[in-house]
Design a protein around this ligand. Structure first.
Ligand code: NAG
Ligand code: NAG
Ligand code: NAG
Length: 497
């Protein structure tokens, strides 16, 4: 397995000594999973662990926050990845999701459904586009490249187990795709079905996971909104909350998802993008007709549909997404404590940060995006009764996107006492049961070998100071147009000439 290495990813020559206190900002997938892994590691048995989140865990139904990326009806659970490192990690996670023998198991009580995943793409890939400017990390994959590599990776995974192998089948043309989809619809011109993949109920799984963390008795949960990081010289010492409280710790782990860029300057590293979802009410009879439908994801456009279980059909798009550039009241922690390495700019640069229905109750999705969701519906489930049925609800789900869709799990290059675990790039949820252990491996400077060079902090001073390095995820899974601005797409702002 070829893994790029970089000096910061190698274990430090000094033995790691656990801090006496750790503060985790954010109780989403990265934060909660990391808290559980820390609570279970002997090396941290003397360390106090605190998780702070803007939502209150003692209030059922609001934890994690309803506008967080980890919340909603469903998330695809797959080992179908173009990159074998994530295929292996997905396989590790699926071993946990598949546990459903007792109600206490992660995959039980409707939390995991192995409904199958139909991945489709375009048979004639467009000419390759140059890699993005931020590092030139990997060549850009098309949706079709991604689908083919993913197929090869799941076949290789299944080759060790004939039972798994029998559940993967190539779908070489639209008719084969139509047959596997079973709705009468078809999408794309080549694909494959993997019945070893499925989806999880995100809300229910997060609640289950929170329960596991609670049961350790080791983690202190604090409800509060972090507005800034506390620092002394070159060290981050804690976090300040909106009500003025300060939480101090020897090590601060920022795992605030798409909100992370509001606390730590992540210019050129990750960017918050809003992704569209639509929910449509269906009848019991319609749901029954979809009982054997797999998840379908068209990698040429990122449009996908998840089979319904509670008479709600979810249609969404995994796209370049919408940016929401704002200038926050509290600027994020600068890239470096020393002014010499600061970008020579005095005007605050806008940062893309989430805009959600919690702060903006009338927020809708852009009309063009709603039309794309409907196009997916017409193609994938072409039933006259659904053709014009309105969405009951639409939503923006905010990703922390990196250029290569690799996570960002690393110590900060300049600030002591600061670690970030973010950069979900819209594909982290499935790793909920295993990602925390990998994050803690990185904290103890024993980064898993297959992720060396991938989860590292990649931006150099030079790139950071070349302000406004655009980050677009070019891993082959994203549809749509890069760089759309939400307010403009909503018709709120006339673009300046
Ligand atoms: C699915 O992919 C094909 C290309 O294979 C594309 O032409 C089509 O528009 C896509 N459909 C949807 C609903 O995304
Ligand atoms: C996948 O599962 C569906 C529904 O159970 C079944 O009809 C189909 O034959 C399966 N496909 C493969 C390749 O196993
Ligand atoms: C997911 O679980 C929640 C309860 O935790 C439940 O209210 C909801 O109906 C479930 N959704 C699906 C799609 O199964």
């Amino acid at each position: 397995m070829a893994a790029a290495s970089s000096s910061s990813s190698l274990p430090s020559s000094q033995p790691f000594s656990p801090p006496s206190s750790i503060l985790i900002i954010g109780s989403g997938v990265f934060g909660l999973s990391t808290a559980l892994a820390l609570a279970r590691r002997d090396a941290f048995s003397q360390c106090s662990i605190t998780v702070v989140d803007r939502s209150d865990p003692s209030q059922p139904g609001t934890f994690p926050s309803p506008d967080a990326a980890s919340i909603d009806t469903s998330r695809i659970i797959r080992a179908d990845y173009a990159d074998p490192a994530y295929t292996a990690l997905g396989d590790e996670a699926q071993a946990q999701w598949r546990k459903q023998d007792t109600p206490a198991d992660l995959g039980a009580q409707g939390r995991y459904h192995e409904a199958g995943l139909l991945l489709v793409g375009d048979a004639s890939p467009p000419a390759p586009v140059a890699a993005p400017s931020s590092g030139g990390l990997k060549p850009k994959l098309t949706g079709m490249d991604y689908a083919r590599k993913s197929w090869a990776n799941v076949l290789s995974l299944a080759s060790k187990n004939p039972a798994l192998a029998a559940r993967v089948r190539e779908l070489p043309n639209p008719d084969a795709i139509r047959e596997a989809l079973g709705t009468g619809g078809s999408s794309g011109s080549w694909g494959y079905i993997n019945n070893n993949s499925g989806w999880a109920n995100a809300t229910a799984s997060m609640a289950w996971f929170f329960d596991q963390v609670q049961k350790t008795g080791r983690v202190n949960f604090v409800a509060g909104t972090v507005v800034s990081l506390e620092r002394a010289e070159d060290t981050v010492t804690g976090a300040k909350l909106s009500d003025g409280r300060v939480l101090s710790a020897d090590l601060v782990v920022v795992a605030a998802g798409a909100w992370t860029g509001g606390l730590v300057d992540l210019a050129g590293q990750t960017v918050a993008t809003g992704q569209v979802l639509g929910y449509m009410d269906i009848t019991e009879a319609e749901q029954e007709k979809l009982a054997n439908m797999p998840v379908i994801l068209n990698l040429s456009t990122g449009l996908f549909i998840i089979p319904p279980t509670d008479r709600v059909l979810k249609i969404a798009q995994h796209a370049y997404g919408y940016l929401n550039p704002v200038t926050p009241a509290n600027p994020p922690l600068p890239f470096s404590p020393s002014p010499a390495t600061q970008p020579a700019t005095t005007t605050p640069t806008p940062i893309s940060l989430p805009r959600t229905a919690l702060t903006d109750p009338d927020l809708s999705i852009p009309a063009a995006a709603a039309a794309d969701l409907r196009r997916a519906l017409h193609e994938m489930i072409p039933w006259p009764a659904l053709h014009d049925r309105p969405f009951r609800k639409t939503r923006l789900c905010w990703y922390a996107d990196t250029a290569d869709a690799d996570f960002l799990v690393d110590y900060h290059p300049h600030w002591r006492g600061l670690f970030v675990a973010t950069g979900d790039s819209g594909h982290a949820f499935k790793f909920l049961p295993v990602i925390g252990d990998k994050v803690v491996d990185c904290i103890v400077r024993d980064r898993p070998v297959q992720f060396r060079g991938k989860w590292d902090w990649k931006v150099t001073e030079l790139q950071q100071s070349a302000a406004g390095v655009a980050v677009f995820t070019e891993d082959g899974t994203r549809g749509g147009t890069p760089g759309l601005v939400l307010a403009e797409a909503l018709g709120e702002v006339v673009p300046s000439v």
